[in-house]
Write a protein that binds this ligand. Structure first.
Ligand code: 13P
Length: 276
């Protein structure tokens, strides 16, 4: 069933586990994610990142596919717009039926991030839609730990003020993960997580889940993260599975990649404490 993310995130927060939010990029990945959620009888935050994947799916196509699988699912599925940076895109996503949106103005200064987030919150809340925003900045794994690292750790007081000023429903924070493959080894600042958790009431979100370390992610889930975004590991696993196969049959290769995609999601559901 297609739902908003509010109740599933509040529940994850109060029961101490994290939901997984995988980014789909085609019909097969979308279907594979929903099937795994049904297998576990768990909710899913089905995410689409238009600015990264528009060459594969337009926003409208993604909405049609996502809504189809979400509406026919046997479990609760929120359809989430990931990393929306433009108000126009976010408005379109809401019109097309996304039930949750992210406004990512984490590259802007504090005042501009607040202004842009608040604009989206007012618009979305008037339509019953949930909003995620980011404070601090989760950078790229390619420059992780180097002098070009573009990550900015989230400050506790800034996070608190940001939530108060914007009325956002969930908050993405930067505590040591990065998007994509890591250059070095991810180091998570659990102390910062705990401080933010104590200061901020809304569910917290962790971007850059891929290859962040199972024990790190399990601990994040136990200690206050309610949603973990995963993408890179999914496509990496699909590619590896196809490369390692001897098959020359395209349909069989599609099946092999679907299975690899499902296995990654199963793995993350397990480590984030939500499979009991
Ligand atoms: P990874 O590709 O590092 O898993 O990050 C995904 C993400 O954060 C999408 O918002």
């Amino acid at each position: 069933m297609l739902v908003t993310s509010k109740e599933m995130l509040e529940r994850a927060k109060s029961e101490g586990y994290a939901l997984i939010a995988p980014d789909y990029y085609d019909n097969n990945s979308c279907r594979a994610f929903v099937h795994v959620a049904e297998e576990f009888n768990l909710p899913l935050i089905l995410s689409f990142a238009p600015e990264s994947h528009y060459c594969l799916l337009s926003l409208e196509e993604a909405a049609l596919i996502g809504r189809y699988y979400a509406e026919s699912a046997k479990v609760d599925v929120a359809l989430h717009l990931d990393h929306g940076t433009k108000f126009e895109t976010i408005k379109k996503a809401i019109a097309y039926g996304f039930t949750s949106v992210m406004i990512d103005a984490s590259n802007c200064d504090f005042e501009e991030n607040v202004r842009r987030t608040k604009e989206v919150v007012d618009y979305a809340h008037a339509r019953g839609i949930e909003v995620e925003a980011e404070i601090g900045h989760v950078g790229s794994g390619e420059t992780y730990g180097t002098e070009d690292d573009d990550s900015i750790y989230t400050e506790v007081e800034t996070a608190k003020k940001f939530v108060e000023l914007t009325g956002v429903d969930s908050l993405a924070i930067s505590i040591g993960t990065a998007h994509g493959q890591y250059k070095g080894t991810p180091v998570i600042n659990f102390e910062r997580l705990q401080q933010i958790r104590n200061a901020v009431d809304v569910p917290l979100v962790l971007h850059g889940g891929s290859s962040s370390g199972d024990e790190n992610l399990a601990r994040c889930a136990r200690e206050g993260i309610s949603k973990i975004n995963v993408f890179t590991d999914i496509v990496t696993a699909a590619l590896e599975a196809v490369k390692n196969s001897d098959s020359k049959d395209w349909f069989e290769l599609l099946k092999i990649s679907d299975e690899a995609v499902k296995d990654v999601l199963r793995h993350y559901y397990h480590i984030c404490n939500c499979v009991k």
